[in-house]
Design a binder for this molecule. Structure first.
Ligand SMILES: *Cc1c(COP(=O)(O)O)cnc(C)c1O
Length: 388
């Protein structure tokens, strides 16, 4: 199966069927599993035999989701968690100890920022931020106690991009773990492990579910790293529910066709906005005007479903635009069939100071659009009337 195309693996890689020969994989709602005899129980606990023990560890539904995600990203294996943040927390907790330092992209998801700024320092773990478009900040940011490089590319909501192959070489040279939050791209558009990253993390809540129904997190990488993740996660308990794993595995079957349409719609919206006189700036990876367009073309299959724009007139103009939208939802989420508008300065990034926001490219007039799967003409019509 490894040799099959992405679309085929996303549909056909699945667990064995039960005696009922169901065509669609069933949901295994059971907290624990039985053993044939005392010897089987001993062997499973001693890791001498593979099998299900307890759903905090594994379940046929979570195993299927892990196997599919790993195959789709070219990773050896993986682990799944209840949320994207649980995946990020688990990764930090599994590999970092008191006295260690993380070099992170400055523009990270709001809760990741909170972990680095306010939670891990309590346990003696420090951090430095570097900008995605400033290579020397990454080179100079490495300290004697640095253990991990953590990066989000494309960034949220600034849509900045870093060359992952270059960063992987820097990490390797300095013996650091390179961890990539690949949420915006999904395995369909970008495969960090193939570019040299050690671990790739997803909030499956976004495009992987794609329909705004379920939370989930995924960590992918080499077996020896995932064993360390497992050692922490089995005992700390951030497990994904079988129901969410079942749902997310089904969602993967349509990921490629959904992402193709998200990207096609988003590129059209980005081009439309760029030509509009009321728009100060548009950020989209596959617009030739994007400062890292060449890198985006090299490491991403398409530009993704998120378009960030800046309107003239600051927070008032941004609010007016959002209130005039008729079809777009105003929501903090992204990666949904429904198009969504967010004002980062007053929502997802409201905990940052104005100076911190400007450092990551968020102005008062910045709006993040998650372009959905409605008809492109209806999406454009809504944006056009809101701008008029
Ligand atoms: C949403 C998001 C997360 C957190 O995921 P949850 O599933 O909400 O916990 C992490 N990183 C990025 C880039 C995200 O967009």
């Amino acid at each position: 199966m490894q040799e099959d195309h992405f679309e085929t693996m996303a549909i056909r890689l699945q667990t064995e069927r039960s005696q009922y020969k169901e065509h669609s994989v069933p949901l295994y709602l059971t907290s624990s599993y039985k053993f044939d005899d005392a010897e089987e129980m001993r062997a499973l606990f001693a890791n001498e035999k593979e099998g299900n023990v307890y759903s905090r560890y594994a379940n046929p539904n979570t195993t299927e989701l892990i196997d599919k995600m790993a195959a789709l990203e070219g990773a050896e294996t993986g682990w799944v968690t209840a949320t994207g943040m649980a995946a990020i927390f688990t990764t930090f907790a599994a590999f970092l100890k008191s006295g260690d330092h993380v070099l992170s992209s400055r523009s990270v998801f709001g809760s990741t920022h909170q972990l680095l700024n306010n939670i891990f320092p309590k346990w003696g773990i420090s951090y430095t931020y570097a900008d995605l478009d400033q290579q020397e900040q990454w080179i100079n940011g490495i300290q004697a106690n640095t253990k991990m490089i953590f990066v989000e590319t494309p960034s949220n909501p600034g849509i900045d991009i870093i060359d992952l192959e270059w960063l992987a070489q820097l990490a390797k040279k300095n013996n650091l773990l390179l961890v990539v939050d690949n949420c915006f791209a999904t395995p369909y558009l970008q495969q960090p492990i193939r570019l040299g990253a050690d671990l790739s993390i997803h909030s499956a809540t976004k495009f992987i579910d794609g329909q705004g129904r379920a939370l989930g997190g995924v960590i992918l990488g080499a077996q020896k790293l995932i064993l360390e993740i497992e050692a922490f996660a089995r005992h700390s308990g951030p497990a994904m529910s079988p129901f969410n794993a079942w749902l997310l595995s089904k969602s993967l079957e349509t990921l490629a066709v959904r992402m193709d349409r998200h990207c096609e719609n988003a590129l059209t919206v980005a081009g439309f906005l760029e030509a509009h006189p009321k728009i100060k700036k548009v950020m989209y990876p596959f617009l030739p005007s994007h400062p890292q367009y060449e890198i985006a073309k090299k490491q991403m299959k398409q530009g993704g479903g998120i378009v960030t724009l800046v309107v003239d007139g600051g927070v008032e103009a941004a609010g007016r635009f959002m209130d005039k939208l008729k079809m777009f939802s105003i929501s903090a989420n992204l990666g949904d069939t429904r198009s969504i508008a967010t004002h980062p300065a007053t929502s997802t990034h409201s905990k940052l100071t104005e100076a911190e926001r400007l450092q990551v490219g968020i102005e008062q007039g910045t709006i993040r659009l998650s372009i959905g799967l409605e008809h492109i003409n209806d999406i454009l019509k809504d944006i056009e009337q809101a701008l008029s």
